[in-house]
Design a protein around this ligand. Structure first.
Ligand SMILES: C[S@@+](CC[C@H](N)C(=O)[O-])C[C@H]1O[C@@H](n2cnc3c(N)ncnc32)[C@H](O)[C@@H]1O
Length: 443
C-alpha cells in the first residue's frame, strides 16, 4: 500500500533540513532558506518555529541522540537519516521547548516516521518518544552544557582554554537564532534606513548594531533581499562582526589595499568605499568563481576592484605584487566563532583539523606580509575563538617582518581601546559572531 504524503509543516521542513545537513553536508542556513522558499504557504509563525527547530536541534544533536538512544536498545545508527532527523526534532521539542505540548510533538513525529518508513518503525518511534516525554526537562544550565557535550570534547576543551567557560557557554548555548545583519553602504544614512525598514516590516525587530556604524540587526523581517534598498545597492547583507573586521583595517581615502582572502567580497565592498576613487582595492582568493561573484556583488553597490587575483597563498603570491598600504588577511579557519549561525559546525569540526588550519594560516600570513610596503599595515582576522588560530599565529607574524601595532581605525576605540594590538569579538560581549583580529605594521 502506498504511504500517505503529508502536508509540509514547520517540523517536516526542519527534518528535511537536518537530512540535507547530514547526507549532503549542506550548510544549515542555506538548506533552510531553500526549504522555506519551497514552502511559501507556511505562516510566519511556522517559519520561525522551523528556524528554531533547525538551529536548536543541530546545536544539541549529539546530546539529543544520546538521550533517544537510552530508549532504543539497538541505538539509532541503523535508522534511515529521515527517521533519525524526525526523532531528533521531536526530542528537541520534548526536552528543550516549553511551549510545545508533548502530544503534538510525538504524534506528528510518529505520523512522519510512518510516512517515510512504515508502520513497524513508527511503532518504535512512538515507544521511544513516549518514554522520553516522561523524563524531566533539563534546566537552562543543563541545556547549555548539553550543547558543549554535543561537540568534539577536544575542541570544546580548546575553546574553553581560549575564552573561558562562561563565554564558551554563551557561544554554544545561544537560545535563539542570531539576528540577520545588513551593512548600510553610507553609514550617514543608517537612521533613515532604520525608519524605512521598520515601516516595511512593522512586526519585525530592527535595531542599529552595537559596534559598526553601518550595521542594522533584523529579526523576523523575512528574506533580506526582498526588503527595500537591496536591489538599489543601498545596503548589503553582512553580519556585524564581519563589518568590524573590515573596518579594523583602517583603510582611508587614497590607500592602495589588498583583500588577500576576499571570497565573495563581503569585506571588499567596505574597503572599496573607504579608499574612494583616489585609492584602489585588489582582491585575491583561491577560488576564481568566488572572485567572479565578488565582481558582480561590488557592481551591485556601484564599486569595483582594481584587479582580482586567483592565488593559492600556500604556494606563492600569484599575480599580486604590491606594495600595498594595507593588507587584510581574513584567513580560512575553524569557524568556531560562528557556531550560533552555523550550528552544523559542531557536528563536523574536530580538534584534529586545527593543525592543518594553523599551518595554512601561517603560510598565508607570511606570503601576504611580503606585499605590504615598509611602514604599511596588515590586519589578520579569523572567525574563530581558538588560541591556536589567534595568539599562536600572532607569535609567528613576528618572524615575517610584522610588528604588532595599535589599530589606527576609528572602530578600535570601541573594541580595542588604548594601545591594544588585537581584540576578540564575542556574542556575549558585542552581540556579534566570535572573531579574533590583530594589527601589525611591516618593519
Ligand atoms: C574566512 S573566508 C573569508 C571570506 C571573505 N573575506 C568574506 O568576508 O566573506 C577565507 C577565504 O580564504 C580562501 N582561501 C582558502 N585557502 C586559501 C589559499 N590557500 N589561498 C588563497 N585563499 C584561500 C577561501 O576560499 C575563503 O574565501
Amino acid at each position: 500500500m502506498a504511504r500517505p504524503r503529508l502536508v509540509p509543516t514547520a517540523r517536516s521542513v526542519a527534518a528535511d533540513v537536518l537530512v540535507r545537513v547530514e547526507r549532503d553536508s549542506a550548510f544549515a542556513a542555506a538548506a533552510l532558506d531553500v526549504e522555506l522558499d519551497r514552502n511559501i504557504q507556511l505562516e510566519p509563525r511556522d517559519r520561525a518555529l522551523a528556524t528554531e527547530l533547525v538551529y536548536g536541534s543541530l546545536r544539541l544533536r549529539g546530546w539529543l541522540e544520546a538521550r533517544l538512544s537510552r530508549h532504543a536498545p539497538r541505538g539509532l545508527s541503523n535508522l534511515p537519516p529521515e527517521v533519525r532527523a524526525i526523532l531528533v526534532i521531536a526530542a528537541y521539542q520534548l526536552l528543550a521547548l516549553e511551549r510545545v505540548p508533548a502530544f503534538a510533538a510525538v504524534s506528528e513525529a510518529v505520523s512522519g516516521v510512518r510516512a517515510v518508513a512504515g508502520e513497524r518503525v513508527s511503532g518504535f518511534a512512538n515507544a521511544v518518544l513516549r518514554k522520553l516525554s516522561k523524563e524531566p526537562k533539563p534546566t537552562t544550565d543543563e541545556l547549555a552544557r548539553a550543547a558543549l557535550a554535543s561537540a568534539d570534547p577536544a575542541l570544546t576543551k580548546a575553546i574553553i582554554e581560549s575564552i573561558g567557560e562562561p563565554a564558551t557557554l554563551a557561544l554554544f548555548a545561544a537560545t535563539e537564532p542570531p539576528p540577520l545583519g545588513i551593512r548600510v553602504e553610507d553609514a550617514s544614512t543608517r537612521d533613515s534606513w532604520l525608519a524605512t525598514l521598520r515601516e516595511a516590516r512593522p512586526s519585525a525587530s530592527i535595531e542599529p548594531g552595537r559596534v559598526s556604524p553601518h550595521s542594522i540587526a533584523l529579526r523576523g523581517a523575512g528574506r533580506l533581499t526582498d526588503l527595500p534598498g537591496f536591489a538599489d545597492g543601498a545596503w548589503t547583507p553582512q553580519e556585524e562582526g564581519s563589518q568590524v573586521v573590515a573596518l579594523a583595517l583602517g583603510a582611508r581615502e587614497g590607500d592602495v589595499v589588498l583583500d588577500a582572502c576576499a571570497g565573495r567580497g563581503n569585506k571588499t565592498g567596505l574597503l572599496a568605499r573607504a579608499v574612494g576613487v583616489s585609492g584602489a582595492v585588489d582582491a585575491a582568493d583561491l577560488h576564481p568563481k568566488k572572485l567572479e561573484r565578488l565582481e558582480r556583488e561590488l557592481g551591485r553597490i556601484g564599486q569595483r576592484p582594481r584587479s582580482t587575483f586567483a592565488v593559492d597563498w600556500a604556494s606563492g603570491t600569484g599575480g599580486a605584487t604590491g606594495p600595498y598600504d594595507r593588507v587584510l588577511v581574513d584567513a580560512p579557519c575553524s569557524g568556531t566563532g560562528t557556531v550560533r549561525r552555523r550550528p552544523e559546525l559542531l557536528l563536523r569540526r574536530a580538534a584534529s583539523d586545527l593543525d592543518d588550519l594553523a599551518s595554512l594560516q601561517r603560510s598565508i600570513l607570511s606570503r601576504a606580509a611580503t606585499l605590504v610596503r615598509p611602514g604599511g599595515r596588515l590586519v589578520y582576522a579569523v572567525c574563530s575563538v581558538l588560541r591556536a588560530e589567534a595568539e599562536a599565529v600572532v607569535e609567528h607574524a613576528r618572524q615575517c617582518g610584522l610588528t604588532p601595532a595599535p589599530f589606527d581605525a576609528p572602530v578600535a576605540a570601541i573594541v580595542a581601546p588604548g594601545d591594544a594590538t588585537s581584540f576578540r569579538l564575542l556574542p556575549s560581549e558585542h552581540g556579534t559572531d566570535g572573531y579574533f583580529v590583530a594589527s601589525f605594521v611591516r618593519t
